[in-house]
Design a protein around this ligand. Structure first.
Ligand code: F6P
Length: 489
C-alpha cells in the first residue's frame, strides 16, 4: 500500500517526538517577488523543493533557506520568518540573507562552478577557487548560527539538504553535541577517481561524516561515497552495516529514492481547471488533435541534455521526413544560474540550435520545436504533461530526476510514453520507460519513432506499471523511510 500523509504524520510523532524539526536547504520553497508593483510568490522548480514542500506540510517544522526573492524581506516578521504556503500556512520558512559576495562565492562559485560539475561528471570542468571556498565556509557558518539560535537548548533534529551545505552538520555538532543531524544529497556522488581532484575533499568528507545519517538517491552513490571514504580517510567502512565510523562517530549511509506527491498530482490532473488548461495550451501552440506532442521540462542546465534532445528531434525529422507537420516538441526551459558563463553559453547555444532546427524543417504552418521560457504555474505544468503523448527526459547525469515521476503521476488516462535517459537515478525504478543514451543521437531519434509507433495497449500497459511504481514509492514513503532510519541511531 502506498504511504499516506497520515502514516507519515504517525511516523513523525513516533520518531521525532517532541524534538524540533528543522530543514536546511539553500533554495527556499516559496520566493516572493514584485510583479507590476504587487507582491506575488513563485515556486522554484528544483527537485529538492518539489519533493520537500509536501513533506513539510505534514511535518510542521521550520525550513531554513536563503531568501532570494526581490520582495522576500518585505513579507517576513522580525525573526525573518513567514508561515507558508502563503494561502494556507502549514509550516514556517526562516529566511537567511546573503550579501552579493557571499552569493557569488558560495552559490555561483563553490556550489555551482565546482561541486555541481565535479559531482555530475558531465564533461564540464570544475573550477576550484580559494575565495569561493572561503565564502562556502562563511555561508555554511551563517546557516549554523541561525539554526543554533532557533534551537537554543531544545532537542532538535536537523535535516540538511543538498551540496550547498556539506559542512553544516560539523559546524552544528561542534556547538551542540545533542543535535541529531542527517543530510540528504540530491545530486550524485561521483566515483573516487573523480572526487579525488577536489582540493577541499577532506573538509567536505569530514563535514558530511559529522551526520548521524547520510542519504543518497541510489545504492550506487552510497557505494561511491563509501569507496571514497575508504581511499581518502582513516575511517572504518562497514559494508555489512553500510556505515562509516570516523573519529569515533558512526554515520549510517543509506539509499532513499526521492519521489513526488503522486496523489496530489494525480488528483490535480483530473480537475476541471487542468482540462481547461489543456485546451488553452493546445490553442496557444496551435496544435491539431492529430499531432504527436512531445514535451520536456528542465532548468536550463548542461547536465539536463537539452541540446541532445533538440538534436535527437532534428535527427528524427531527417530520418522520417513524413512526420513533418505531425509532431511537435514543446520544451519548457527555466533560466538558471545565469551569472555562470557555462550557463549563459548554454542558453545562447539552445537559442541558436532551436532556430537552426526550426529553419531546417519548418513548413508554412508548422515549426517542430517550441521553446517556452516563461514561468509556468503548477496548473500549466500539469496541463502540459496531460496533453503530451511523450515526455523526453534526457539528462547526461542526474541523481534522480523528478520530471519523469511528475509526468507519470499526471498521466491518469494512461496515454503517454516516457523516454528516459539511462543516466538518471529514476532509470533504476522506471523499467517501463523507453531508455535512451542521450549522447547517441541516432538511437535517441529511433526511440522517438518507437514511442510514436507503440500500440495503444502497450502504452497503457507500460504507463500502468510506471504509475504503480511511483504511487508505491511516493514522497511520503521517501520521508517516512528516511525518518524511520533515525530509530537506529
Ligand atoms: O534535484 C535537486 C536540485 O537539482 C538541487 O540539487 C538543486 O539545488 C536544485 O534542484 C535546483 O538548482 P538551483 O537551486 O540552483 O536553482
Amino acid at each position: 500500500m502506498p504511504w499516506t500523509t497520515g502514516q507519515l504524520k504517525t511516523a513523525i510523532e513516533n520518531i521525532i517526538k517532541d524534538r524540533l524539526l528543522i530543514i536546511a536547504s539553500n533554495r527556499e520553497p516559496y520566493i516572493h517577488i514584485y510583479k507590476e508593483g504587487k507582491i506575488e510568490y513563485i515556486r522554484p522548480v528544483g527537485g529538492a523543493v518539489t519533493a520537500l514542500d509536501p513533506v513539510m506540510k505534514v511535518c510542521k517544522g521550520i525550513w531554513v533557506a536563503y531568501g532570494t526573492g526581490t520582495a522576500d524581506r518585505e513579507v517576513v516578521d522580525k525573526s525573518n520568518e513567514i508561515k507558508v504556503p502563503p494561502e494556507n500556512p502549514k509550516y514556517t520558512l526562516r529566511r537567511i540573507w546573503l550579501t552579493k559576495d557571499e552569493e557569488n562565492g558560495y552559490y555561483y562559485g563553490y556550489s555551482n562552478k565546482c561541486i555541481w560539475p565535479l559531482f555530475h561528471m558531465a564533461y564540464t570542468r570544475p573550477v576550484f577557487n580559494e575565495v569561493d571556498w572561503a565564502y562556502y565556509k562563511i555561508v555554511n557558518q551563517k546557516f549554523a548560527d541561525t539554526i543554533l539560535e532557533i534551537v537554543k537548548k531544545k532537542e532538535a533534529f536537523i535535516w540538511i539538504q543538498d551540496y550547498h551545505l556539506m559542512l553544516l552538520s560539523k559546524l552544528l555538532k561542534e556547538k551542540n553535541k545533542n543535535l541529531i543531524t542527517a543530510h540528504f544529497l540530491h545530486i550524485p556522488w561521483p566515483n573516487p577517481e573523480a572526487f579525488r581532484i577536489c582540493p577541499q575533499k577532506i573538509e567536505i568528507l569530514e563535514g558530511l561524516l559529522a551526520n548521524d545519517l547520510l542519504g543518497f538517491h541510489i545504492r550506487y552513490h552510497c557505494g561511491n561515497f563509501m569507496e571514497t571514504v575508504r581511499l581518502e580517510l582513516e575511517a572504518r567502512v562497514d559494508l555489512e552495516k553500510t556505515s562509516v565510523t570516523y573519529g569515533g562517530h558512526e554515520t549510517l549511509i543509506r539509499a532513499f529514492p526521492i519521489s513526488v506527491d503522486y496523489d496530489q498530482i494525480s488528483k490535480e490532473a483530473e480537475s476541471e481547471e487542468v482540462k481547461t488548461e489543456m485546451d488553452r495550451l493546445r490553442d496557444e501552440f496551435s496544435i491539431d488533435s492529430k499531432v504527436f506532442i512531445m514535451v520536456g521540462l528542465d532548468r536550463i542546465d548542461y547536465t539536463k541534455g537539452i541540446i541532445e534532445k533538440i538534436k535527437a528531434v532534428d535527427r528524427f525529422l531527417e530520418k522520417f521526413p513524413e512526420y513533418k507537420g505531425k509532431v511537435i516538441f514543446i520544451q519548457k526551459g527555466g533560466l538558471s544560474r545565469i551569472h555562470i558563463d557555462k550557463y549563459k553559453e548554454l542558453n545562447d547555444r539552445i537559442n541558436s540550435l532551436v532556430e537552426e532546427v526550426n529553419w531546417k524543417h519548418s513548413t508554412e504552418k508548422w515549426r517542430p520545436i517550441v521553446f517556452v521560457r516563461k514561468h509556468m504555474t503548477r496548473r500549466e505544468i500539469v496541463g502540459l504533461y496531460k496533453i503530451a503523448d511523450a515526455c523526453l527526459v534526457s539528462p547526461l547525469h542526474d541523481g534522480m530526476n523528478l520530471v519523469c515521476k511528475e509526468f507519470i503521476a499526471a498521466k491518469n488516462d494512461l496515454n503517454g510514453v516516457l523516454i528516459l535517459s539511462q543516466f538518471t537515478g529514476a532509470a533504476r525504478e522506471l523499467n517501463d520507460a523507453i531508455f535512451v543514451n542521450p549522447y547517441d543521437r541516432e538511437s535517441f531519434a529511433l526511440a522517438i519513432k518507437e514511442a510514436i509507433d507503440l500500440p495503444r495497449k502497450e502504452k497503457e500497459r507500460r504507463m500502468k506499471n510506471l504509475r504503480t511504481v511511483v504511487n508505491e514509492n511516493n514522497i511520503y514513503k521517501w520521508a517516512g523511510k528516511f525518518l524511520e532510519e533515525l530509530k537506529k541511531i
